[in-house]
Design a binder for this molecule. Structure first.
Ligand SMILES: NC(=O)c1ccc[n+]([C@@H]2O[C@H](COP(=O)([O-])OP(=O)(O)OC[C@H]3O[C@@H](n4cnc5c(N)ncnc54)[C@H](OP(=O)(O)O)[C@@H]3O)[C@@H](O)[C@H]2O)c1
Length: 280
């Protein structure tokens, strides 16, 4: 399969490159393909003629987006629109990755693909706008919503927690619940999804749910770190962007594509840290 990948330097981009070995892959970074450059997007898609384009590029700084609204919409809505238009023109399918932050998090029962979206933050609103742009322009779309993503290669919450482990104690928010997801597991699921014609919206996350506190406790437990982890409320760490209280993703799609539990996802990362270390 001919696959064009965007955002290849990001967490999911790097994981995708590994899981797509064996495909005819053109992996692009911001330097080689800025997704907000319509003419370059069109030219590359026409030249390469992919069977599928996987867009992992995004404006992912949730707090910065609150004061950089145009910047967030440019990368999260306009860029995906260009990619979707270009692929639609050549008949390629498109995978566009989105987020649990399209939901307001007010229901604790978990969110299905068909549930009503109501993003709280600029980031969430710009990602929802990107979903809609893709849905409206290329019928062969897979909108993949994921959540609380981490990867060995990335700067993420778990790397921060790893760096804080030499403190006397670590205080972590316990009143936000979500679906922590290892980008390696997600990349493998997307690699399976593109072989199907199950177009539409898909929630793909490691199964189960955790608070940031529970995630940190389990991470430290698996690593054998004894630093006490103290549960605190969101109010203790005020941030510019509001976060959904409960954004656990569930699925009503019957593709047979399931990710392991979040504890198993974590174990995969811990294994990589044991083998190669992890700088903070
Ligand atoms: N991280 C999470 O917790 C999380 C949760 C839910 C959903 N998601 C979604 O999952 C996807 C992957 O996230 P991630 O964690 O892998 O993100 P990431 O590590 O921040 O990677 C995003 C990549 O996109 C690149 N990029 C930014 N603007 C670009 C542009 N105009 N043209 C081309 N590339 C551009 C970035 O390059 P620079 O480094 O040069 O900016 C970066 O390499 C995104 O759609 C994100 O919204 C992430």
């Amino acid at each position: 399969m001919k696959v064009l990948l965007t955002g290849a330097d990001g967490q999911l981009g790097q994981a995708m490159q590994q899981s797509l070995v064996g495909h005819d892959l053109l992996a692009t970074t911001r330097d080689s393909l800025d997704i907000t450059d319509q003419s370059n997007v069109q030219t590359l898609v026409r030249q390469f003629e992919p069977d599928v384009l996987i867009n992992t590029a995004a404006y992912t700084q949730v707090d910065a987006a609150e004061s950089d609204i145009d910047g967030a919409y440019l990368v999260n809505e306009t860029g995906p629109l260009y990619l979707s238009q270009a692929t639609s023109e050549t008949g390629a399918a498109i995978v566009h990755v989105s987020t649990d932050y399209v939901f307001d998090g007010k229901s604790k029962k978990g969110w299905l693909e068909s549930d009503e979206t109501r993003p709280l933050s600029v980031y969430g609103k710009s990602k929802l706008a990107g979903e809609q742009a893709v849905r409206n322009t290329n019928p062969r779309h897979f909108i993949v919503r994921t959540a609380w993503l981490y990867h060995y290669s990335g700067q993420n919450f778990l790397r921060t927690m790893y760096g804080l482990a030499d403190r006397d104690e670590v205080r972590v928010v316990d009143d936000q619940r979500g679906s922590p997801t290892n980008a390696d597991d997600l990349a493998e699921a997307i690699s399976r999804l593109i072989k199907t014609d199950s177009y539409g919206t898909h929630h793909l996350v490691n199964s189960g749910s955790a608070s940031w506190y529970e995630l940190t406790r389990e991470f430290y437990r698996q690593l054998g770190i004894k630093t006490p982890v103290i549960p605190v409320s969101t109010g203790e760490f005020p941030r510019p962007a509001p976060r959904p209280e409960s954004s656990v993703l569930m699925t009503e799609q019957h593709t047979g594509i399931e990710l392991p539990s979040w504890q198993q996802g974590l174990a995969r990362l811990v294994e990589q840290i044991r083998l190669s270390g992890w700088s903070d």
